[in-house]
Write a protein that binds this ligand. Structure first.
Ligand code: IMP
Ligand code: MG
Length: 178
């Protein structure tokens, strides 16, 4: 089925915003190493671009959770599908996520990582939908606040599709069946 994509945030706007965030992170952790933990799969592209603009001694790790099925609705439950490879104890950790929506996923991951006693835990999200929040979660670095619309591209998907779009687009709801 073909769905209409409406451009929302261009690759140029994304690149400029990531440079800003990376500069702030590089200042906040000046002289210290950081571990970037990306939430698979959505944050992979954001992490790759962010990491290359950060002027610190940085390592990567990845974590995967399942919360969304193939659709738009949050199941309300988060399951750890893949844990980070390295210990975070005593380290400066930046959790890197694509979208902060209800807050359920990041609340879960924040608690999981905090229980492992990192030196510091900060959270970076590319997109924030504040109007959708169910569980409040404090994030440190935010790319763009967006309205309650379903977006795809730049790593984010609908049923695993559209992740490779260079721009972030709104996936328009299908027309009503008649
Ligand atoms: P939360 O637990 O509701 O905050 O959900 C966050 C996760 O839902 C993100 O990691 C995204 O993978 C997914 N998500 C939320 N909104 C969208 C969207 O508009 N497009 C694609 N994925 C989304
Ligand atoms: Mg995700």
């Amino acid at each position: 089925m073909t769905r209409t994509l409406r451009p929302l945030i261009s690759r140029h706007q994304i690149a400029a915003k990531i440079s800003e965030i990376a500069a702030i992170i590089s200042q906040d952790f000046a002289g210290q190493p950081v571990v970037l933990i990306g939430v698979l799969k959505g944050a992979a592209i954001f992490l790759a671009d962010l990491a290359r603009q950060i002027t610190l001694d940085a390592t990567f790790d990845f974590i995967a959770v399942s919360s969304y099925g193939d659709g738009h609705q949050h199941s309300g439950q988060v399951k750890l599908v893949k844990d980070a490879d390295e210990s975070v104890a005593g380290k400066n950790v930046i959790l890197v996520e694509d979208i902060l929506d209800t807050g359920i996923t990041l609340t879960y991951l924040r608690n999981l990582l905090l229980a492992r006693c990192p030196k510091q835990l900060k959270i970076a999200v590319l997109l924030d939908k504040p109007s959708r929040r169910i569980q409040p979660v404090a994030v440190d670095y935010v790319g763009f606040e967006i309205a309650d619309e379903f977006v795809v591209g730049y790593g984010t998907d609908f049923a695993e599709r559209y992740r490779n779009l260079p721009d972030i687009c709104v996936l328009e709801p299908p027309p009503d069946d008649v």
